[in-house]
Design a protein around this ligand. Sequence first.
Ligand code: ZN
Length: 199
Amino acid sequence: MQEIIRQLLSELGEDASREGLLDTPKRVEKSLRFLTGGYQADVDEILNNALFTVDYNEMVIVKDIDFYSLCEHHLLPFFGKCHVAYIPNGRVVGLSKIPRLVDIFSRRLQVQERLTNQIAETILEKINPLGVAVVMEATHLCMSMRGVEKQNSFAVTSSMLGAFRDNARTRMEFLELIKLRSAVRTPSDLVESDCVLDK
Ligand SMILES: [Zn+2]
């Protein structure tokens, strides 16, 4: 990978052999391996020793989880907050595992919609709750840095499954509890996000 990064620097018009850039290929490789480390992570390994049987059927919410991901169209960061809720059906997962799950799927090349769905569907599959809700609010540097419609560089996506899809009151309770940065929006108002593609 380092040789490719050296080539990339040259293509950009840089002198890859100047002092400041000498170790850059090594650093970039290390950083990219970390930022895409989610491909190597094993969801089962992380969750399996953290699932507990309990008699609790109220909504569990973990909000304001910081996440950082890379958009697959430009390899530029998008980042923000993730809010997760589920209604247990006899089983709960250790609370610290939810941010770990968000990390696993964030540290890949992503689009925000798929990232949101993957987190929700994994919780549905592994914990088998009555419902799952995931909302992600993110700023996309591929839009804000490139000056493409700056006001739209912030995107909100949601995935509502089970009780959160079927029951408007449950969904509203969740949205009220996470209090989205700019007023509470119903899922139908949520912005369709996509970074702007250069055709
Ligand atoms: Zn992008």
